[in-house]
Ligand binder design. Sequence first.
Ligand code: UD1
Length: 350
Amino acid sequence: MKIITVVGARPQFIKASALSREIRKHAGIDEVIVHTGQHYDINMSEVFFRELDIPAPHYNLEVGSESHGKQTGLMMERIEKVLLKEKPAWVIVLGDTNSTIAGALAATKLNIKVAHVEAGLRSYNRAMPEEINRIATDHIADLLFVPTRNAMNILAQEGLKKRSVLTGDIMYDTLKYYENLLNKDSGNAFYKAEKPYYLATIHRQENTDNPVRLKNIFKAFSLITGNIVLPLHPRTKKYLKTLPVSNNVNIIEPTGYLNLLHLLKNCEKVLTDSGGLQKEAFFLKKPCITLREETEWIETLEDGWNHVVGDNITLILEKIRLKVPEKQEQFFGDGHAATAIVEGLLKYST
Ligand code: UD1
């Protein structure tokens, strides 16, 4: 059976790593990896393939940065060509980026079956491009691989229960696998931050494209006692040029996955607007302060592991002072989501 996995942005490389490793255990499945080119800088893309042992993409569509419509449209056009040539049984799309919806749309229009990994997430904020990508992808896909019970309930409410399979969270698979390797001498030169420090990331359009929000966030950072390590997404870099950044903020280049895990393991707390990092912080028992108005990962809010504070300076400063919670429930499965996904694909192929 031939399947095509469409990837394009950082979080997809992390998810594809676990899936591809599992697929390689099955001699009967032939995986073709298509990289849309949405992320193209070496430290946004290539480093993930290298570190996470993902086979080199069979196709790189080199779409790059464009407006949403043009980026998604170019991807669809180029994915369609690949699909017509390769004729896969399934197209697998992951998460909620423009590469996800482009892959799903191109395939369904050719009557090729689509499986969506990380289905059922909702922020209920339709101004987020990712929210539109998720809703649309879930509703056109044939098979939905779902990370949590909450996400299963959401899909049931939307009438999609029959196509949904609860698998656990695939990012947990990758984290568990690489966390074990991290302690061994991996030959990686990790960024050595002066401890104690907080780990921060900012890249969401709703923050980067809003000068008031970005200013508030950096104002809050300047009022935090202690170091902040900020691997800077290129989108944010563009907007920061005109903003004062305080001395306690150490801006570094976007980092690969292993370096990020290392920074996460050794930090005090996380400040982020990333979806994935909220979960990774939870997995490694690091309290998280989410610089958004809502979260799709509502499980992380339980027991105070995550606080959604937006750009509210008072709340950011209040939450950074809280004690680390003591208990934590398991919401994200057992780290074997990829096994469940491949089993699901085989089951629904017959
Ligand atoms: C995308 C996803 C988001 C995901 C994030 C992970 C969408 C709508 N958003 O956001 O869900 O959390 O990836 O990082 O798909 N850029 C570079 N080099 C790169 C990639 C991007 O310089 O390798 C710059 C470009 O100038 C571009 C900007 O970053 O304008 C945004 O890139 P884009 O891929 O459109 O969205 P992200 O913000 O990365």
